[in-house]
Design a binder for this molecule. Structure first.
Ligand code: DTR
Ligand code: CA
Ligand code: ZN
Ligand code: ZN
Ligand code: ZN
Length: 282
C-alpha cells in the first residue's frame, strides 16, 4: 500500500475548517456547512474517477445527505466499504470528530485513484450524514440495502476520530479478521494497540454490525482519560483526556495530532489494499 501523505490529509482538514468558518461555525446536519463539506469531498472524488451518488434522507425536520463513492471495477459481490461521518456537532467545526476520519478515507480514496488500483474486490467509500443525531445516515443506508445486497458487503471499516490531540491507538474488536489487518499494520510500526470498546454501538459501524456485516475500524480516543500506562507506550499526557475538545467549539484544526492522523491514514490504506486484494484466486 502507498504511504498516505499526512500533508494531504491536513489540507482536507483546512478545507473543512474554512467551510465551517464560512457557514456559521459548524458542519452540522441540516446546516449549510454540512452540504458544503459534502460538495467539497464529492468534487475531489468526481475528479479522481469515482462513481459518486448522494443519498437523501430526512431527520429532525431537515434533509440529510450521504455521499457514496464507488471505485469502478472489482467483484461487486465482494464489496469492501470504508466509511466516516462527515457531520459535526453544532458546537464547532468537528475537525477531529469527524473531519479526521472523513479526510483520512478521502485521501485513501485519492491514493486508490493515483495508483489506478485494480482490486479483486469492489471498493466503496461512504461519508455519512447525521451521525451525531444517532447514526441516522448510516442506518438509512443499511435499511435501503436489499437483503441480498447486505451479503455482498464483505466488511465495513469505520473511522470516527483518528487524529485526537492526546492520541491512543485503538482497534475495533468486532471481527477477528478485520481486527488483525490493523494490528498487523501497527506491528510494522512497533506501535502497540488496544481494543476499542467504548464506541460499541456509538458510531456508524453499529447499523452494519446489527445487519450481520463484519465491521472493524480505528479510534484515537475521545473524552476518556489517558492512563500512565497508556502514556508510557503511546506518549502524550497521562491524566488528560484523549480529546479534551470532544463535542466542543475548540475541535478545530489545532485539535489534531499529526502523528496519529498519519499512522491511522496509512493504516486505512494498508487495510484496504490487503482486504480488497482478495484471497489469491485458486
Ligand atoms: N465519535 C463519537 C462517537 C464515539 C465515541 N467513542 C467512540 C469510540 C469509537 C467510535 C466512535 C466513538 C461521536 O461521533 O459522537
Ligand atoms: Ca503517511
Ligand atoms: Zn461526535
Ligand atoms: Zn464521531
Ligand atoms: Zn467493539
Amino acid at each position: 500500500a502507498p504511504d498516505i501523505p499526512v500533508a494531504n490529509v491536513k489540507a482536507h482538514l483546512t478545507q473543512f475548517q474554512q467551510i465551517a468558518k464560512a457557514n456559521g461555525g459548524n458542519r452540522a446536519h441540516g446546516r449549510s456547512g454540512y452540504k458544503a463539506s459534502l460538495d467539497y469531498v464529492k468534487g475531489k472524488l468526481d475528479a479522481a474517477g469515482f462513481t459518486t451518488s448522494v443519498q437523501q434522507f430526512s431527520s429532525s425536520g431537515a434533509t440529510g445527505y450521504n455521499l457514496i463513492a464507488d471505485w469502478p471495477g472489482g467483484d461487486t459481490s465482494r464489496t469492501v466499504m470504508a466509511g466516516a461521518h462527515l457531520d459535526s456537532v453544532t458546537e464547532g467545526p468537528g475537525i477531529n470528530d469527524n473531519g479526521s476520519g472523513s479526510a483520512g478515507i478521502l485521501e485513501t480514496a485519492l491514493a486508490v485513484s493515483r495508483a489506478q488500483l485494480k482490486p479483486d474486490k469492489h471498493l466503496r467509500f461512504a461519508w455519512w450524514g447525521a451521525e451525531e443525531l444517532g447514526m441516522v445516515g448510516s442506518q438509512h443506508y443499511v435499511n435501503s440495502l436489499a437483503a441480498d445486497d447486505r451479503s455482498k458487503i464483505s466488511g465495513y471499516l469505520n473511522f470516527d476520530m483518528i487524529g485526537s490531540p492526546n492520541p491512543g491507538y485503538f482497534v475495533y474488536d468486532d471481527d477477528p479478521t478485520l481486527e488483525k489487518v490493523f494490528k498487523d499494520y501497527f506491528a510494522t510500526l512497533s506501535l502497540p494497540t488496544e481494543i476499542e470498546t467504548e464506541g460499541d454501538g456509538r458510531s456508524d459501524h453499529a447499523p452494519f454490525k446489527n445487519a450481520g456485516i463484519p465491521v472493524g475500524g480505528l479510534f484515537s480516543g475521545a473524552d476518556y482519560t489517558k492512563t500512565a500506562a497508556q502514556a508510557q507506550k503511546w506518549g502524550g499526557s497521562a491524566g488528560k483526556e484523549f480529546d479534551a475538545c470532544y463535542h466542543a467549539s475548540c475541535d478545530t484544526s489545532a485539535n489534531i495530532d499529526d502523528t496519529a492522523l498519519d499512522h491511522n491514514s496509512d493504516a486505512i490504506a494498508y487495510a484496504l489494499w490487503q482486504l480488497a486484494a482478495g484471497t489469491p484466486s485458486s
